[in-house]
Design a protein around this ligand. Sequence first.
Ligand code: ADE
Length: 253
Amino acid sequence: MIIETLSVFPEVFEGYMSASIMGRAQRFGHLSFCAHDLRDWTHDRHRTVDDEPYGGGAGMLMKAPPIYEAVTSIAAAVPEVKPHVIFFTPTGAPFTQRTAERLAREERLLLVCGRYEGMDERAYALADERISIGDFVLTGGELAAMVVADAVCRLIPGVLGDDMSSKDESFSGGEGGGLLEYAQYTRPAVFEGAAVPEVLLSGDHARVAAWRRRDALERTCRWRPDLIESAELTEEECALARQLVERYREGGA
Ligand code: ADE
């Protein structure tokens, strides 16, 4: 997978993208990452990328021409693989694990990051999609691009070791069936007076699996009842979920 970014602050990607799992993914050849500087496609002395909005209003907008030139020239640099072009904006479609799974099947992503008060609307003509990472406003799209790159990278086959599967975690349609992930514990067995649930020390795999399923269901009912509707539940779990959601809604512990 090739992931490229286009932004006026390409240096902000360095640390995060070369650390930990994303760094290793690059060293092992699963991921090729490149941060492009939008100012490389300007032609004036000040390398201008923004301008005042027509019609007035506060702040500056990113100009369409440098973005257009940059995206077309970056795409042409690897002509055999057309990039899937994503623009980041709070007005985009909400980013979810499902989006990450879909994007992980692309061969090449170009993540275009806005700054200032947004972009000239005509720049979005280059976008295959617009993504928002949440209902809040960042000072720029760089963090959003890193969020997406991170969530996508760990889904690329081979990036997580076999011992770090992404199959049964929160939000994955996999073994978790759309529930939040169950609670996990490691040593010590008792910490600050809180003991690890006895069943997890029992070595009884069936009981452990049953406890985890129930815990995932309880946590989802408590913290994210909105996920219950689309979770894959048995009839029995469905009935239990209804009771739990009700109990937590009433402020039960
Ligand atoms: N740029 C500014 N805020 C953003 C958000 N919430 N998501 C994506 N891009 C953004």
